[in-house]
Design a protein around this ligand. Structure first.
Ligand code: SAM
Length: 236
């Protein structure tokens, strides 16, 4: 469908038989999203195929701080945060093709030059593609909550995930998570609190920061009466 666009499984990682944190589905891609992929993928798209990344080359700047956002969904919050802080590069990761198209279209229409759209499993990015101390932050907003007990092992925020993330962060880098699923919020707080090298910037959960725009999944959670929790930790 996209000869020069996002690949279905760029790292071939299905063969790893690893437990995944996402649903293997691409979703229906609108005409506008497909057009944005056609126009911008070659310039702003990144395949998470395991090849090490050169972040200064990717963002066209030797010293631009880079944050990774995992699971940007439709990318509306990503685009707004990128517009609000053009001096920070955002490497936005998802497997969701309609969202990739949407974010590329938003980046184009807003004239953003600091967003790159990565396709594939974020675990491949963290495990194989980034040098130590290369990131100024990590954002994970409303990750799939996997509410059933038999699916908890699919949750992204767990000790093995933070063991991959922490060495990639520069001192002072911020890990920012948010969720509307209270049992997952409690798990995040436990796991982040116990992660070596990370310190909570607040007592327990953080007050909602005004720099994080409302996301689609947050809106849906609030409509169901869920409580939204933010967590902000610093790499020491
Ligand atoms: C519940 S949605 C939240 C989307 C968005 N942050 C929001 O708040 O509207 C979670 C997203 O994370 C993505 N995701 C989950 N695990 C991932 C992984 N390992 N690598 C890349 N994307 C992942 C899913 O494809 C999905 O789009």
């Amino acid at each position: 469908m996209f000869p020069s666009g996002p690949a279905p499984d760029p790292a071939g990682s299905r063969a790893e038989h690893r437990i995944r944190s996402f649903h293997a589905r691409r979703g229906r891609v609108t005409h506008a999203q497909a057009a944005a992929i056609g126009r911008h993928w070659a310039r702003w798209g990144v395949e998470l195929d395991g090849t090490p990344l050169d972040l200064p080359a990717l963002f066209g700047s030797p010293d631009m701080p880079v944050v990774v956002e995992i699971g940007f969904g439709m990318g509306d919050a990503t685009a707004r945060m990128a517009a609000a802080d053009p001096s920070t590069g955002i490497l936005a990761v998802d497997v969701h093709t309609p969202g990739q198209g949407n974010l590329l279209a938003l980046a184009d229409s807003l004239g953003l030059t600091n967003v790159r759209v990565a396709n594939g499993d974020a675990i491949v990015l963290l495990r194989d593609m980034l040098p130590p101390a290369s990131l100024s932050g990590l954002r994970v907003y409303f990750p799939d909550p996997w509410p059933k007990a038999k699916h908890h092992k699919r949750r992204l925020i767990q000790p093995s995930f933070l063991a991959l993330v922490t060495p990639l962060l520069r001192p002072g880098a911020v890990v920012h998570c948010a969720t509307d699923w209270e049992p997952y919020a409690d798990q995040m707080l436990d796991v982040l609190t116990e992660a070596p090298g990370l310190v909570n910037r607040h007592e327990g959960f953080a007050p909602r920061p005004d720099f994080r725009p409302m996301t689609k999944f947050e809106r849906q959670g609030l409509a169901k009466g869920h409580v939204v929790r933010d967590l902000l930790f610093t790499r020491v």
